[in-house]
Write a protein that binds this ligand. Sequence first.
Ligand code: GLA
Length: 395
Amino acid sequence: MNNNSWNLNSLKDDFIKHYDGSKEDISVFFAPGRVNLIGEHTDYNGGFVLPCSLHYGTFLLIRTANYSKIRFRSKNLTGGEEVDCAKPVIPIGNSWVNYPLGVISEFQKSGFRIPGYDLLFAGDIPNSAGLSSSASIEMVTAFALNELGGYGLGMLDLVKLSQRAENDFVGMKCGIMDMFAVGFGKKDHAIFLNCDNLNYELVPVILGDYCLVITNTNKQRRLADSKYNERRAECELAVNDLQSFKPIKNLSELDLSEFNTVAGRIKDDIVRKRALHVISENQRVIEAVKVLKHNDVQYFGELMYDSHRSLKEDYEVSCFELDTLVEEASKIEGVAGSRMTGAGFGGCTVSIVRNEQVENFIEKTGKNYKQKTGLEASFFIAKIGDGVRKVNIED
Ligand code: GLA
């Protein structure tokens, strides 16, 4: 994962190689990936999250065409597609193209006429690693189409439209966090978002002698989507049971002390644990924001470890590989905290590591992880970048 691993001029050359025509007509857009610092599996429960947009993400080179076809290609993902956009578009098997195509479908459903386009995507975030490569593709498409088509939608409209694309067209019932972070991200800030009313605050991330290190388990994720949808259903069951106590719409309407007095109303032990995770995680996010504002990295780190424990034991979305990374990280001097980030079942951890210990952290964690899992982890230092935008070639 190398930021700016793509040279925009040579991407333009590639574009012309595939599609002909002149380079002058190509527009370039960029949408970041995101890393969530704390607040996992709370977004679809109307809770709190604290993600940041990354320096890494997806470039989109795009040109309006004078035919009613949209042509898709990617530098990372195999297979291109050509779609007739004079008709309502429909999903194409399991193709990656469904992410941008879902966005196009949502524009069509909103009554916007979509002209022909040629598109070339080039990303530098790994797929299926819990860093929102899909939200990045959706948002860069939505932003570019809105700009070029002059539809006049605001950022929140684009966020919601991209979420609908993923929920209804791709079939992944994700919450709003990823698209929101990709849209509203700001350099060196985290987004403290209330997913119920979508109020948010940008909180400066000042880590002093520490930095954020993302570690990829490089574990092939299987069944992640079905398990994700299963957790959502379990949370709905918990809400149903708790409605005999209070007419709540989502779990985040209860705080921890209130929950403790009524937890017994949830009949199923497993469903009760799921609810406990969500409600305790909300509380951790609120505390994390408080300590982040005081630059208390140590306390923030402890909350990260607690969050991981809760995701592992109560929500059960971690796995041996993620647990191993967090455990090995915790043994290393200069690590303030570590946890899985994203949906889980594989993907990445995020750790706060003292700058001078980063090399040691990478060497030791990498070695011990390999010994225990047989897998090679990959590491990178996360820089917090801005949200989705148009790119000038001089940038
Ligand atoms: C995925 C989803 C998000 C969120 C996280 C877990 O990334 O896309 O909406 O639910 O999992 O916090």
